[in-house]
Design a protein around this ligand. Structure first.
Ligand code: XIL
Length: 320
């Protein structure tokens, strides 16, 4: 039951406006996606701004296509995401809604989206990035928590569970690889929610690593303490970025270090019994979000622009 997944590129605003969607237009990309992975995660195509662009109007085109693709190729799907502070449509963030209306909007969204794919999505990132770096809830940035209070998070899990009782429901975040203030906050919250009978099934670390900050050496220990609570665990958005030399090409030493990080991340997951899903955030540097979001950094995935495998690719195979 162990799966290796990737984000499915497209629907994103990190590619240039009129750049053709890789998932629909790049044949080579699709072939590798089908052949090399046992799980897929829509990189953007199930986010609010994409799937719910106008109030009460849903656009399921790309999400449907990805789920159908996964079924044709016997792949799992990770749904991403239902409650987040980012990539929300303007009508939602700028709208003037009462508390009651907002609750209804979230309830309707979760019921509609999760319900549409009921039985076909293995894991849902129900809540994404609800804590900040210091382990405080994002009470200002996150519209749901700001307007409806922290209890809305439990409701989101309850509503998702009603809409698809089979899906495993996750908390997902970055910067929670190590045992630290942020992962402590999740540990405490999850314990509380479980004791209240809220349907939370998993905790996942995104694992967007930068080589300048070192490898999160307590990753396995951290996953294990969530496993000990009876949760599933997963690594959901693995990439390892580096500061690129002026010629734009990573050095051999950098590539080796990157390979080491990828291998160690996979080993940490394999070392924890309930960690059964390891997903990289894109498999080719060609479509990676990294150079657009992190100035001067790049080359974060396991394949070159031309899809040739990098040392990190082989390192994943040897860690298996
Ligand atoms: C990123 C996508 O890769 C980009 O295409 C998009 O422009 C911004 O979002 N944490 C998450 C992901 O949970 O949804 C983010 O994906 C990366 C950080």
């Amino acid at each position: 039951g162990f799966v290796i997944g990737t984000a499915v590129a497209g629907g994103g605003h990190h590619l240039e406006q009129d750049y053709p969607d890789p998932f629909t237009s790049d044949k080579r990309y699709r072939r590798i996606l089908a052949d090399q992975f046992s799980s897929v995660s829509p990189e953007n195509q199930m986010k609010w701004e994409y799937i719910h662009p106008e109030q009460g109007e849903y656009d399921f085109g790309m999400a449907d296509a990805i789920v159908e693709f996964a079924e044709r190729h016997g792949q799992d799907v990770r749904g991403h995401t239902l409650l987040w502070h980012s990539q929300n449509p303007e009508w939602l963030e700028e709208g003037d809604f009462s508390e009651e209306e907002l609750r209804e909007i979230l309830h309707d969204h979760i019921t509609t989206v999760v319900g549409r794919y009921a039985g076909r999505i293995d894991q849902w990132d129900v809540a994404n990035e609800i804590f900040d770096e210091s382990g405080q809830l994002r009470t200002e940035e996150n519209i749901w928590i700001r307007e409806l209070g922290p209890e809305i998070v439990a409701d989101a899990f309850r509503w998702a569970h009603e809409a698809d009782p089979e899906a495993e429901l996750y908390f997902n975040d970055y910067g929670v690889e190590d045992v630290n203030a942020k992962s402590d906050a999740y540990h405490e919250l999850v314990r509380e929610l479980l004791s209240e009978g809220v349907p939370v099934h998993g905790f996942s670390a995104q694992v967007h690593l930068s080589m300048q900050y070192g490898f999160p050496s307590s990753l396995q220990e951290n996953l294990q303490r969530f496993d000990d609570l009876g949760l599933g665990t997963a690594l959901t958005e693995v990439d390892v970025r580096m500061q690129l030399p002026e010629n734009g090409r990573p050095t051999w030493a950098q590539l080796e270090q990157q390979a080491d990080y990828y291998g160690r991340a996979l080993s940490a997951c394999l070392g924890v019994e309930g960690c059964d899903s390891f997903t990289i955030w894109g498999f080719t540097d060609k479509y990676s979000w990294v150079p657009v979001f992190f100035e001067g950094e790049g080359a974060a995935t396991v394949m070159w622009d031309n899809f040739g495998p990098k040392p990190a690719y082989f390192s994943l195979w040897s860690a298996l």
